[in-house]
Write a protein that binds this ligand. Structure first.
Ligand SMILES: NC(=O)c1ccc[n+]([C@@H]2O[C@H](COP(=O)([O-])OP(=O)(O)OC[C@H]3O[C@@H](n4cnc5c(N)ncnc54)[C@H](O)[C@@H]3O)[C@@H](O)[C@H]2O)c1
Ligand SMILES: [Zn+2]
Length: 672
C-alpha cells in the first residue's frame, strides 16, 4: 500500500469507526457485529503501526465511546473512565506482561500476579458515594463527560443506596447489565407493545439505563457487577484483589469467577475455564479482563491514550462472520468422494483467518442455494471446519450452481448411490485423486498381501513415477528399483519374488483388491461363487441386465450391484482389469465352503478379536458355509462379540440372538 492510499484509508476508517461508535454507544443501535467492528479497528491499528507519521488527530485510538447526545444532564468525571486494550490470543497476553515488565524494569525472577474476571457485556457506570450516601451515578460517555443517571440507578436493586464503613469519597465502577433471560423477556414485551426491540442484552441495558424517566428504568430488569473504582478519599487496599474484596464487603456484587493468579499462564487457564462456562452463564460476556494485582504498579504504569497500561481485555473469538463465497471447487477424496469446497474472501472467525469452508455435498449446496459470488455468513465452533450457515444474497437472478457429473480429477462419471447424498468418482483404478489409496488397498493384507510392498514403499514408488495403477506392480523391473536409496540387491529380489508369488493368486482377493465400493472380501467371494472368474463377472456386469443379474446373487443387493456395474462401466477400469488379469493371471475361484450345520447361516463379528483378525474370522465363517455380515438384524443367527462390542451386541441381545465369545467361536470352528 502506498502512503497516499494508507492516508486515504485511515481517513475513511476514522470516519467509519466514529459512525459505528455513535450508533453503538450513543444510540444503542449498532449496525454491524462486534467482530466486524473489531476488524475495522484492527485494520486501523495495523495501518497506524505501519505508517506512524500518518496517525490522525481524530484517530479511533484517541477516543473512548461516544459523546452523549441524550437529554440527560452531563457529568464531568473526577477521574476519566477508560476503555481497555484488547488481546486476541495467548501471545497477545504474554506480550502484555512483557510490556509491563519492560515498563517497570522488573527482573525475570519477579512474579507478575494478575487478576482475571469475565468481561461483562453491559455499559459501565460510575457510582459516587459521599459519607456513605449515593450522590451521583454517571455513564462513561466519551470517558471524560458522561450522563447523569443517578435517579435511574437508584431503581437498580443490586446497587446499595448507602454504605457503612466506607471511605468518605468512593466512586465504584462496574457494569450495568441485563441477564440473557431478562433480555429475552423484555424484547418479547417490547415487541408485543410495539416498543423498541434491542439487538442484544448490552443494548437493552444501555437503552434502559439512559432514560429520561426513571420509572422506565425501574420497570427494566437491570443488574450491576462492580469491577473497579474512580476517585477515592483513601485506598481500598494495596492490591486489586484486596480492593475488590473490600467492594464486596461494602455490599457490591462481584462476579464469583473473579480470581487472583500467580502468572499469565494461570490466568490463561482461568480464561479457558470461563470460555468453557460462557454459554451457561446467565449474562453475556465477551472476554476476560486481566489486571495487574499490585496497585503500586498500576499507579506507575498509568494509562496511554484511551486505556490503562495495567489491564487488558482478552476477547473471545467471534464465531460467526460474513464474507464472499468466491468460488466453489470440487475436490476428489482418496476414496473417490467428491466434496465441494467453498473458497472465501479471507475473514477472521473464531480467532483464525478462514479462507475455505466445506460445503459438504450437493444437497447442502442446494439447501443453502449458494452460488459463486454470493455473500455468506460462516460459522466456526471449536476445532470444527468452518461452515456456511446462511446465504445472504437473496437475488434470484443468477442461475443455481451446477454440480458436476464427472470427476474433475479423471473425467470418469461421478454418481450418487441410491438414497445417498455423496457423489463418487467411478474411475477407481485410474483416478489420480484415488491412486495412492487404491494401490495401498490393492497390496494390503486382506487383498493381494504383497510382502515388502507396504504403504511407505507404495508412496515411494508412486512419487518416483514407477507405478500408477495396480498392474504396474507386475511390470516393475529389477533395474528400476535397484540403485534407489535404501534398496539393496537382496531386498529388491525379495520384493520381486513376492510379486511373482502373487501370479496365479486367489481371484477373490484380486477382485477385493480392485477396491470397488461395497465389495469387501465376503462379497467378492459371493460374486465369484456365482460367476467363477472376474472375466465372467465383468461380462455380466456390463451385460444388458447387468445390475439385475448381479443383485440376484446370494448376498449381493442392489447397492453392490450398482457399484460393480458402475465400476466396469468405465472403459479405463476395464482396460486396467484386463491388464491385471493378463499379468497376474489369478486362479479361478474355488469354493472352500463345506456343508456344515452353519451353511446358509449369517454371522456378525463385533468388538475386537484377540487371536485372529476380523478377516480371518470371516473366512472361517465362510468355510463353514456361513455368511459374515456387518449388521445385526432379525436374520442374524450368531453374533461373535469381543471386548469393546457396542450397539451391535446390544441389538443382538434385544433381538434375542445367540451371542458367542471369541473362545466359543474358536470351539464352533473346531467342532464343525
Ligand atoms: N458493533 C459496533 O458497531 C460497535 C461499535 C463500537 C464498539 N463496539 C464494541 O464495543 C467494544 C469497544 O467498546 P469500549 O471502548 O467500551 O471497550 P470495551 O467495552 O471492549 O472495554 C472496556 C469496557 O469494558 C467494561 N468491562 C466489562 N467488564 C469489565 C471488567 N471485569 N473489568 C473492567 N472493565 C470491564 C468496562 O465498562 C470498560 O469500559 C468493542 O469490543 C466493540 O466490539 C461495537
Ligand atoms: Zn476420478
Amino acid at each position: 500500500m502506498t502512503e497516499a492510499e494508507a492516508g486515504r484509508r485511515l481517513r475513511a476508517l476514522a470516519k467509519e469507526i466514529a459512525r459505528h461508535n455513535r450508533l453503538y454507544h450513543d444510540q444503542d443501535a449498532p449496525e454491524i457485529s462486534d467482530a466486524d467492528y473489531d476488524a475495522l479497528v484492527r485494520e486501523n491499528n495495523e495501518l497506524e503501526a505501519a505508517f506512524p507519521h500518518l496517525v490522525r488527530a481524530d484517530s479511533p485510538n484517541a477516543q473512548i465511546g461516544a459523546a452523549p447526545s441524550t437529554a440527560l444532564a452531563k457529568v464531568t468525571h473526577a477521574r476519566p473512565m477508560l476503555s481497555l486494550e484488547n488481546a486476541f490470543s495467548a501471545d497477545d497476553v504474554h506480550d502484555f506482561v512483557r510490556r509491563v515488565r519492560r515498563f517497570l524494569s522488573l527482573p525475570e525472577s519477579e512474579p507478575v500476579a494478575l487478576t482475571a474476571e469475565p468481561k461483562i457485556d453491559g455499559l459501565s457506570a460510575s457510582l459516587r458515594y459521599e459519607n456513605g450516601a449515593l450522590v451521583l451515578a454517571a455513564t462513561r460517555g466519551d470517558g471524560t463527560i458522561g450522563e447523569d443517571v443517578t435517579a435511574n440507578v437508584r431503581t437498580i436493586p443490586d446497587i446499595p443506596q448507602s454504605l457503612t464503613g466506607a471511605p468518605n469519597v468512593v466512586e465504584v465502577r462496574g457494569e450495568v447489565y441485563m441477564s440473557k433471560a431478562d433480555f429475552a423477556a423484555l424484547n418479547e414485551r417490547q415487541a408485543a407493545s410495539g416498543g423498541k426491540v434491542f439487538a442484544n442484552p448490552r443494548n437493552g441495558a444501555a437503552g434502559s439505563l439512559r432514560q429520561k424517566d426513571p420509572a422506565v428504568t425501574a420497570a427494566r430488569p437491570l443488574r450491576f457487577l462492580a469491577h473497579g473504582w474512580g476517585e477515592l478519599s483513601e485506598p481500598l487496599g494495596s492490591t486489586q484483589a484486596e480492593a475488590v474484596e473490600r467492594l464486596r464487603t461494602l455490599g457490591f456484587p462481584v462476579d464469583e469467577r473473579f480470581g487472583l493468579f500467580p502468572d499469565a499462564d494461570a490466568a490463561l487457564a482461568q480464561y479457558a475455564a470461563i470460555e468453557h462456562a460462557r454459554a451457561d452463564l446467565p449474562f453475556d460476556i465477551d472476554g476476560v479482563v486481566y489486571k495487574l494485582d499490585r496497585l503500586d504498579w498500576q499507579e506507575r504504569l498509568g494509562f496511554v491514550g484511551r486505556a490503562p497500561r495495567w489491564a487488558i481485555a482478552h476477547k473471545f473469538p467471534a464465531e460467526k462472520a460474513e464474507t464472499t463465497l468466491e468460488r466453489i471447487e470440487i475436490q476428489v477424496g482418496r476414496t473417490g468422494k467428491l466434496t465441494p469446497i467453498g473458497r472465501l474472501t479471507p475473514v477472521g472467525v473464531g480467532g483464525v483467518i478462514v479462507s475455505n469452508v466445506t460445503l459438504h455435498n450437493r444437497d447442502e449446496i442446494a439447501r443453502l442455494g449458494v452460488r459463486e459470488g454470493d455473500r455468506v455468513r460462516i460459522q466456526r465452533a471449536g476445532d470444527v471446519i468452518p461452515q456456511v450457515v446462511e446465504n445472504l444474497t437473496l437475488d434470484e437472478d443468477r442461475p443455481a450452481f451446477v454440480y458436476p457429473d464427472h470427476c474433475p480429477a479423471c473425467g470418469s462419471e461421478a454418481v450418487a448411490e441410491e438414497g445417498e447424498v455423496d457423489i463418487r468418482c467411478t474411475g477407481g483404478l485410474v483416478c489420480p485423486a484415488q491412486r495412492l489409496e487404491r494401490l495401498k488397498h490393492f497390496v494390503s493384507r486382506g487383498a493381494m498381501d504383497i510382502e515388502g510392498l507396504g504403504e511407505k514403499t507404495i508412496v515411494e514408488f508412486v512419487d518416483a513415477g514407477l507405478i500408477e495403477k495396480p498392474s504396474d506392480i507386475f511390470r516393475l523391473r529389477r533395474e528400476q528399483i535397484l540403485g534407489r536409496e535404501g534398496w539393496k540387491e537382496k531386498s529388491v529380489d525379495a520384493l520381486l519374488a513376492a510379486i511373482e508369488a502373487r501370479k496365479g493368486f486367489d481371484s477373490a482377493r484380486l477382485l477385493f483388491g480392485l477396491g470397488i465400493r461395497h465389495v469387501g472380501i465376503v462379497t467378492a467371494r459371493d460374486l465369484l461363487k456365482c460367476f467363477g472368474t472376474i472375466q465372467a463377472l465383468e461380462a455380466a456386469a456390463i451385460g444388458e441386465n447387468g445390475t439385475a443379474e448381479l443383485s440376484a446373487v446370494e448376498g449381493v443387493g442392489p447397492v453392490v450391484a450398482e457399484a460393480v456395474h458402475d465400476f466396469f462401466h468405465e472403459a479405463h477400469n476395464r482396460e486396467e482389469v484386463a491388464a491385471l488379469l493378463a499379468l497376474a493371471a489369478p486362479a479361478p475361484f474355488v469354493n472352500q465352503a463345506r456343508e456344515t450345520e452353519w451353511s446358509g447361516k449369517t454371522i456378525v463379528f463385533t468388538g475386537s478379536l484377540e487371536t485372529m483378525s476380523r478377516d480371518e474370522a470371516k473366512a472361517q465363517a465362510e468355510r463353514l458355509g456361513a455368511r459374515a455380515s456387518g449388521s445385526v438384524s432379525a436374520k442374524t443367527d450368531l453374533v461373535v462379540a469381543g471386548p469393546g462390542a457396542g450397539s451391535k451386541l446390544k441389538k443382538a441381545e434385544e433381538l434375542g440372538i445367540r451371542v458367542a465369545s471369541e473362545e466359543e467361536w474358536a470351539r464352533i470352528v473346531a467342532e464343525a
